[in-house]
Design a binder for this molecule. Structure first.
Ligand SMILES: CSCCC(=O)C(=O)COP(=O)(O)O
Ligand SMILES: [Mg+2]
Length: 261
């Protein structure tokens, strides 16, 4: 098994979730269908609650932003069976959420809303967060050798904590020193990684980012972060150029720590 060494100066690992710690199928076949199935009921039940009102407000602001940027975005329903203003407003939110999900948008508004919807599914045991088998033992080893471990995902911090807090391997939250989501910036923007380095008090070159998405790897690299691309079953195929450029691993256990206690 080929190993990849991380620089001796590394003091933190930054981990993506979907396609890195967790199979893409868990997100696509379990988390997203749950939203689609329960969306309308959830909105009807929680419509008058402050949290839901804030979520809807953020989604509406995102729609306005999308309109300004000329991104296609359905806002009005033509459903003739809709009677009340509330039903009409709910239909509009449903359409927008489904549209964003079909495009796999990573907007903070969508991700925050999804996190709130998953809360009861995790708490009731209906959903358990999946992690690859190599993830927990590797993180324990890294931490025992003095490295800090952080998560950076497009999923909201709340959604991240649900996934790891209610995982198939129990509550894993103690494994992480912190969580970042798109409120710090998009994962394809180099500035987001600079901000993360600042927030965790490290130089960019002391951080190693593990991700399956090369657009994210490129942005992190631009910020001076060390990058390893994770190849898992079902992840997006890499081009020959990408394979030649990036350090690749298929399991976290391939990561070799050099110069760490
Ligand atoms: C952790 S919440 C579920 C995953 C999700 O919604 C998502 O967008 C994952 O994106 P990632 O940045 O972890 O690839
Ligand atoms: Mg990913």
């Amino acid at each position: 098994m080929a190993t990849v060494s991380i620089p001796a100066c590394s003091s933190a690992l930054l981990l993506d979730i979907e396609g890195t710690t967790t199979p893409i199928t868990f997100v696509k076949d379990i988390l997203f269908p749950y939203i689609k199935e329960h969306l309308e009921d959830y909105l009807s039940t929680h419509w008058e609650e402050d949290e839901c009102k804030q979520d809807v407000h953020l989604l509406k602001k995102q729609i306005e932003e999308d309109m300004k940027q000329n991104r296609a975005c359905p806002v009005h329903t033509v459903d003739q069976t809709v009677h009340t203003d509330e039903e009409k407003a709910i239909r509009e939110v449903v359409e927008n959420v489904l549209w964003q999900m079909a495009a796999d948008r990573k907007s903070t508004a969508l991700k925050q809303f999804q996190g709130h919807m998953w809360r009861s599914a995790y708490a009731s045991g209906r959903i358990k967060g999946e992690v690859y088998q190599d993830v927990v033992p590797s993180i324990r080893t890294w931490r025992a050798r003095g490295l800090k471990v952080y998560i950076y995902s497009s999923g909201s911090v709340e959604a991240q904590k649900l996934l790891f807090g209610y995982s198939v391997e129990g509550d894993l939250l103690e494994l992480f020193d912190g969580h970042f989501d798109t409120s710090i910036g998009a994962k394809v923007d180099a500035k987001s990684y600079e901000r993360i380095a600042e927030r965790i008090g490290c130089q960019p070159e002391e951080i190693t980012f593990l991700t399956d998405v090369t657009r994210e790897a490129k942005a992190a690299e631009e910020a001076g972060i060390n990058v390893v691309v994770v190849v898992r079953p079902g992840n997006m195929e890499l081009t020959d150029e990408e394979r030649g450029h990036y350090n690749l691993i298929t399991s976290f256990s391939q990561l070799q720590l050099t110069g760490h206690a």
